[in-house]
Design a protein around this ligand. Sequence first.
Ligand SMILES: [Fe+2]
Ligand SMILES: [Fe+2]
Length: 287
Amino acid sequence: MSRDTEAGPPSPTPSLLAISDLHVGYAENKALVDGLRPAHEEDWLLVAGDVAETLADVRWALGLLAGRFRTVVWVPGNHELWTARHDPVRLRGQQRYDALVATCRELGVLTPEDPYPTWSGPAGPVLVAPLFLLYDYTFREPGQSREEALAYAYSTGVVCTDEMLLHPDPYPSRQEWCRLRVEQTRARLDACDPVLPTVLVNHYPLVREPTRVLRYPQFAQWCGTEATADWHLRYRAAVAVYGHLHIPRTTYHDGVRFEEVSVGYPREWQPRPNRPGLRRILPGPAA
Ligand SMILES: [Fe+2]
Ligand SMILES: [Fe+2]
């Protein structure tokens, strides 16, 4: 299966697949998600965040996918964590995340709050680790303070909507929430079987390099944390899966494959020659 197929030809062996940034609030994206199907009945699907902005849309999309794929693993993007004006569910911050996790549990979808599952299909076994880490504004220019980086972004008009809609309650700030998530997640990863390689799934890239191609470099401060710069090595990543940047591609960092699996907004993907779709993570291109 290539990234460009929706319901590709049947595969004789199962795959670990991924996609992100479904943004199903857009009718075109909703139709695209409606067309996603596995090529083998044992296929797993990793969903790396930004499914939708309302709980109802998240439930619709993940419910549909959970009914089609053997296992679905989800991590939150920033858009699920927004308390958007058009969502009757007014929960904020941690409570909103908890409600998303509860929805996933009802649907049988795995989240960062579940034990990490093992993919035992082709190119396995690997431990699949869904991560919820947020960002802490450390992807900024050398010598720049957090306040200076944010002030510069405001002066240019390039400000992530998270500043208005992603509430960190009950934590004092998004960076403090991020710090706690990084600390808790590091402890969990440190306790994992050191023999198994991993597939690390996070809405944001674990390393900064993928953000270097952003059209507006000041947007990088909302795209990850320097605290995870060596996690792909430290935690034996066979592949690191992410989204958020809406720049779908494959890159290698320290020899580790990074897969940006985002669909993005209709205005972004519609002009491209190929329709976005599922990306095969394992087995990888060399297998
Ligand atoms: Fe997105
Ligand atoms: Fe995002």
